[in-house]
Write a protein that binds this ligand. Structure first.
Ligand SMILES: Nc1ncnc2c1ncn2[C@@H]1O[C@H](COP(=O)(O)OP(=O)(O)OP(=O)(O)O)[C@@H](O)[C@H]1O
Ligand SMILES: [Mg+2]
Length: 193
């Protein structure tokens, strides 16, 4: 896997597979501290202590389709390659929080790549799950909450191509114009234009 956004997709898929109805994703980069962290918190079923203890092992999976589970081991490997670490907290019945930390400037640190595309994929593929995404990349902030977007869409399906294009735009605009963007009013406003 070349990009951290693909690892992110994998970790969020674990959350949705665990029955989460809300997945909160945080991406924080502080280049002065040389730290990049990605956090995925879900309210799914959580992991029993025995699974949690061996979840970093590729032979740990509760999948029925194959005997290896690579999402977490591959992310941990990516963290270690960039002098970082992977923290996992989980409470049965409450949820799970996975935090991946990397050295920003490490030569082996994978690029974040297209997080906007990853979010769109997740939103389309799990329209009954809500996502809150918050990033702060050296002070450039993006906030997107599908609960707020859905409330403002007033019945329009969140997977509507026009809505998804606006979500993608939020990420592109940030690159072009590094000010603060918040999804919700802005998206609604643009749809009504
Ligand atoms: N957020 C989560 N909530 C509950 N259980 C989880 C969560 N993340 C991982 N697990 C448990 O850990 C196991 C291993 O996860 P991992 O992502 O490494 O592999 P996998 O999802 O089983 O397979 P793959 O990622 O290769 O498709 C899962 O099968 C699941 O039982
Ligand atoms: Mg997985």
């Amino acid at each position: 896997m070349e990009d951290l956004s693909l690892h992110l997709l994998d970790i969020v898929e674990n959350a949705t597979a665990a029955g989460a109805t809300l997945v909160e994703i945080g991406v924080r980069q502080n280049s002065i501290k040389n730290e990049l962290s990605i956090t995925v918190r879900d309210n799914g079923r959580g992991m029993e202590r025995d699974i949690l203890a061996k979840v970093r092992d590729p032979f740990t999976t509760t999948r029925k389709t194959r005997r290896v589970g690579l999402g977490i081991p591959l992310l941990e490997q990516a963290c270690h390659e960039a002098e970082g670490r992977l923290d996992i907290m989980s409470e049965p019945g409450l949820g799970t929080e996975v935090t991946a930390v990397f050295q920003v400037d490490h030569i082996d640190r994978k690029p974040l790549a297209d997080i906007g595309a990853t979010l769109v994929t997740l939103i389309v593929g799990n329209s009954d799950v809500d996502f809150r995404y918050e990033s702060n990349i050296d002070g450039e902030k993006i906030l997107l909450d599908t609960r707020e977007i859905k409330a403002e869409l007033d019945g329009i399906y969140i997977g509507d191509p026009e809505v998804l294009a606006l979500i993608r735009n939020l990420f592109q605009k940030r690159r072009a114009n590094p000010s603060r963007h918040t999804a919700g009013g802005r998206i609604n406003g643009e749809i009504e234009d």
